[in-house]
Ligand binder design. Structure first.
Ligand SMILES: [Zn+2]
Length: 134
């Protein structure tokens, strides 16, 4: 999205938050690299929308305890990962929405039932069916 588009969606009530700056694998980065990347994202988003981002979605959902500490030290309120049902404030489960998802998948994933469903016995078959129809 462009800077103007980010400002517009923020003004329309969407919350513009962070996904890092360079989309690096934070879990494979040094603390210094992770800190620099995330601080850059915070500074740029603060400049664009006029407030610091409160939430972070880890690129590819990759996170370690060190990364969680870095995120907390930078002032984030919470962060989201993939594949963990709930690992605490800085490892909350997020729902990956992909461009190739069918409409029924999007409806299911945004229904409010998906976080519990995806880790249930029927979650695996649903994901397998979705993969087969990609
Ligand atoms: Zn991403």
């Amino acid at each position: 999205m462009s800077i103007e588009e980010l400002k517009e969606v923020d003004a329309r009530g969407f919350s513009v938050e962070s996904h890092g700056h360079g989309h690096i694998n934070l879990a494979a980065s040094t603390t210094r690299s992770a800190t620099d990347d995330l601080a850059s994202s915070v500074n740029i988003l603060t400049h664009i929308v006029g407030r610091a981002p409160r939430f972070l979605a880890y690129p590819w959902g990759r996170v370690t305890n060190d990364v969680e500490n870095t995120v907390s030290n930078l002032g984030f309120v919470a962060a989201f990962t993939i594949g963990i049902r709930d690992g605490g404030l800085f490892a909350r489960a997020r729902i990956p929405i992909r461009r190739v998802n069918a409409a029924w998948q999007f409806r299911l994933q945004t229904s409010g039932y998906w976080p519990a469903l995806r880790f249930s016995r029927i979650g695996y078959p649903i994901r397998a069916i979705a993969k087969a129809f990609k």
